[in-house]
Design a protein around this ligand. Structure first.
Ligand code: BGC
Length: 821
């Protein structure tokens, strides 16, 4: 059978590319957070001195599987130049680029020497990219030659999968050289703007100690259009409207159990989630710790007022209407209304408040107002009481707080609940294997609330306790699925539940750069093979590949930058020569990283991002997008925080759900929400056990996933590398079956993370747990499953169930419709 691909033979810029770039630009603008401004921004001049590692080599996204191979990314320098700024420090930037090139090449040489492909750890070593860009020196001569009083310094940080960030200089903290450069610029330029080009927070202590930093902009990592978006913020063409998706601590040690995280306590095998539910602002606000910048915080060039115009209820839903007015005189802008709820102090230990709903306004001109309605369901803020296994809403007063950050709210109303409500009854899941002493919040004093505050009572009759039933689901009985399933031998079933590997299949459908495929072996029996591609900052495919005379497709450059460290002979084997075959093109868009997307707090925009990704999936034939990634930012050092949305499950789940709506708008295009669950550490991620209480697990770490499944209708889930209370998540019946299918009604495919099941019994156990697909798939995985059946570890029925789920998804896929019918 000949090659089938949807890649293009032309490299011309298409209309779709242009339209998606425009979405990426708006997402970048709204992902920027203005942290400080004394009026310096917007800049009053277009003549600017630009310094820092992020100036011309602006980091568009993190490293590893989250890298997107876009046509071109706009740096800060390019963006400013395109928008008419005169950058007066080009000589400094050129010098710095020379320094960078030398340091990078020395790093690569050293890395190549270090990597030993015979060691099993080599993939991890390769993925870990801890190259640190040089700083460069700024002196009085630079200032003099720059002929301007306005300066922008772009500080940058890189991180990626396979390794956590370090709580040290050059990573979470500034190096001495960076600190000195910033201090020097702050002293010598009357108008000094610091821009932070890092995937997640850094230590901000220095900003309190250095005088003369007039404005601080958190750029995050903004994808292709970051440079343009930043330039438009600098000039005032766009007013910042991003809000932090995390609390930024004044210093790392302000976080709970900071020095026990990941590598810091020397134990990479076990991670104890001692803070329990007190993650992020839930900790800072409940324990009275002052942050550098609170969750939800972000300035604008204009000012807003926000008033509550009433609270109403319908059943268990509560709605607060807020009137937001741009009360400034000069700039238009958008504001985010945020609604937090403080639960009553009852028998259970509870957080001071949690985010329940939010809404972003349209662009409001000076004087203009907009009413937004913030709605949430009381059931979604219930607490999990381990005793009895119930989600409960304790009786008492729930205070609604309206504002524009977790630390800037006013009470907007009270919801009274006369009696305790049992929202749902559960079987216990993921038991702890050893005792875990969790943090308890100090007693909260009763709060004085204004007498005129609107008070509504939610009738406890509005709730009906949901009692879950836990049964192993039946094998899919869709007649089309059954027809094929009934003809398959156990060996053939393993071909379907184990992916077909990294490489492009020789027969069937080919999507260059897909990171996995299902088997094409059954194409002639009416089952297509489907392609799986990474995210989350867009669709990661191969932008240029070559199809040789034998129909083999190879990329013309390494699929991930960090793979360049592989020995030359492997690289030669992996990449193709464009001179020796037909060249195929696939251009996709690098969107801002998930942390920046979350900072937009704009769900309508997320639906547009999802739609843009869907269009690219459709154009090139991707069935599973391996995103969104919604692990909680438990600690700022997690190497993959840039790929995840937030420390808060409501914000993460809501933003991800909006993206899912865009991607899954047509039957047969699927998201894969990952990494399920508690993949909050990258060092030793394949082995570490996240030891978490059931309460914290259900209230914090699963809640975002729950929203993606229940409200978003997600059709794919990827289990994680880590263990959860000592059990590999792919082997966890509790997670893959009880929670996902019995409780949330998930009816899609659960797949492993790449190479997560390594040998022995793991692949077989995954089948019994309800993890349907082993990715990317090795011959050994199939043998392990068959061995599992023969030894009685699992049943043939277990494999049939998983196989049925995979077949159903493929038969419903667009690839199946398009190629087989
Ligand atoms: C990552 C996943 C990714 C997969 C495929 C793994 O290393 O953890 O997030 O989807 O690779 O590239």
């Amino acid at each position: 059978m000949s090659l089938r691909t949807k890649a293009s033979y032309s490299d011309e810029v298409t209309q779709r590319e242009k339209e998606n770039l425009e979405v990426a630009y708006r997402a970048a603008c709204e992902g920027i957070v203005l942290l400080k401004n004394d009026g310096t921004l917007p800049l009053k001049t277009k003549k600017v001195a630009l310094y820092g590692a992020g100036a011309s080599m602006t980091i568009k996204g993190g490293t590893g599987s989250g890298e997107v191979n876009e046509r071109h990314s706009v740096s800060v320098l390019e963006g400013m130049t395109d928008r008419g700024f005169e950058v007066t420090t080009l000589d400094w930037i050129e010098n710095w680029e020379r320094l960078y090139a030398a340091a990078e090449s020395a790093y690569q040489t050293e890395k190549k020497k270090r990597i030993n492909i015979l060691k099993p750890s080599f993939i991890m070593e390769m993925l870990m990219d801890n190259f640190r860009a040089p700083c460069g020196v700024i002196d009085a001569r630079c200032v003099e030659r720059s002929h301007t009083d306005s300066c922008v310094y772009v500080l940058s940080r890189q991180a990626g999968e396979g390794g956590d960030r370090r709580a040290e200089k050059g990573d979470f903290l500034l190096t001495d050289e960076e600190r000195e450069s910033i201090r020097f610029c702050a002293e010598h330029y009357p108008h000094f703007v610091l821009a932070i080009n890092a995937g997640s927070s850094i230590d901000m202590h220095f900003a309190e100690e250095i005088d003369g930093i007039n404005a601080i902009v958190y750029l995050c990592q903004l994808g292709t259009e970051g440079g343009h978006a930043f330039a438009d913020i600098l000039s005032g063409a766009v007013s910042p409207s991003g809000k932090l998706s995390d609390t930024w601590a004044r210093q790392y040690t302000d976080l709970p159990f900071a020095n026990e995280y990941s590598y810091l306590n020397g134990d990479l095998e076990k991670e104890y989630y001692k803070e329990g539910i007190y993650v992020g602002y839930r900790y800072f606000d409940s324990f009275g710790v002052a942050p550098a910048y609170p969750f939800g915080f972000g300035l604008s060039y204009t000012d807003f007022t926000m008033e509550s115009c009433g609270v109403s209820t319908e059943g268990s839903a509560v709605a607060v209407t807020a009137n937001v007015t741009n009360c400034g005189a000069l700039y238009s802008g958008k504001e985010v209304a945020q609604l937090y709820v403080s639960p009553p102090v009852g028998e259970m230990d509870k957080e001071y408040q949690s985010l329940a709903a939010f809404a972003k306004t349209e662009t409001l001109s000076p004087g203009e107002s907009q009413k937004v309605v913030l709605t949430f369901d009381m059931k979604d803020i219930a607490s999990y009481r381990e005793r009895g296994g119930v989600f409960v809403l304790e009786a008492g007063e729930y205070v609604l707080r309206l504002g524009n950050s977790s630390r800037n709210t006013v009470p907007a109303g009270v919801v009274r609940l006369e009696h305790e409500v049992i929202v749902s009854r559960h079987e216990h899941i993921c038991p702890l294997c050893e005792p875990l002493e969790e943090l308890k919040a100090p007693n909260r004093a009763a709060e004085f609330l204004p007498a005129e505050l609107p008070c509504v009572t939610v009738d406890t009759a509005a709730f009906e306790t949901v009692v879950y039933h836990y049964e192993t689901p039946a094998v899919c009985n869709d007649p089309r699925v059954k027809a094929l399933l009934d003809t398959l031998t156990p060996e053939e079933m393993t071909d379907i539940v184990v992916g077909a590997g990294f490489y492009q299949p020789a027969t069937g459908f080919t999507m260059p750069g897909s990171v996995g495929n299902t088997t094409s072996k059954f194409w002639d029996r009416g089952l297509a093979n489907v392609a799986l591609c990474d995210g989350p900052a867009g669709l990661r495919v191969q932008k240029i590949s070559v199809e040789d005379s034998k129909g083999k497709v190879k990329p013309v450059e390494m699929p991930i930058g960090v793979f360049n460290a592989l020995p030359a002979f492997i690289r030669r084997f992996m990449v193709g020569d464009p001179g020796k075959g037909k060249v195929l093109y696939q251009y996709t868009t690098a969107f801002p990283v998930a942390n920046a997307l979350a900072q937009s707090w704009n769900t309508a925009l997320m639906a547009e991002v999802g739609n843009a990704i869907y269009r690219e999936m459709k154009e090139y034939g991707c069935t599973y997008w391996l995103a969104p990634a919604i692990n909680i930012h438990r600690n700022p050092l997690c190497g993959r925080n840039f790929e995840y949305f937030s420390e808060d499950p409501c914000l993460s789940g809501t933003m991800a759900t909006a993206i899912i709506g865009g991607v899954q708008q047509e039957e047969g295009y699927y998201v894969t929400v990952k990494h399920f669950a508690c993949n909050n550490q990258e060092d030793n991620r394949m082995k570490v056990s996240s030891n978490v209480s059931e309460r914290a697990l259900r209230e914090i770490y699963l809640r975002g996933f729950e929203r993606c499944v229940r409200k978003g209708g997600a059709k794919g889930i990827m289990t994680s590398y880590n263990r959860l209370n000592k059990v590999y998540t792919a082997n966890s019946y509790d997670l893959c079956t009880k929670v996902l299918r019995n409780e949330w009604g998930f009816d899609g495919v659960v797949m492993t993370d790449w190479f997560a099941t390594r040998g022995r019994e793991q692949s077989a156990r995954a089948m019994a747990a309800g993890n349907d697909l082993i990715m990317p798939g090795l011959g050994g995985n199939k043998k392990d499953i068959l061995k599992g059946i023969h030894s009685g570890l699992i049943t043939e029925e277990d494999v049939r169930r998983c196989c049925g789920n995979v077949i159903r998804a493929i038969l419903n896929s667009a690839t199946q419709r398009e190629f087989i019918g």
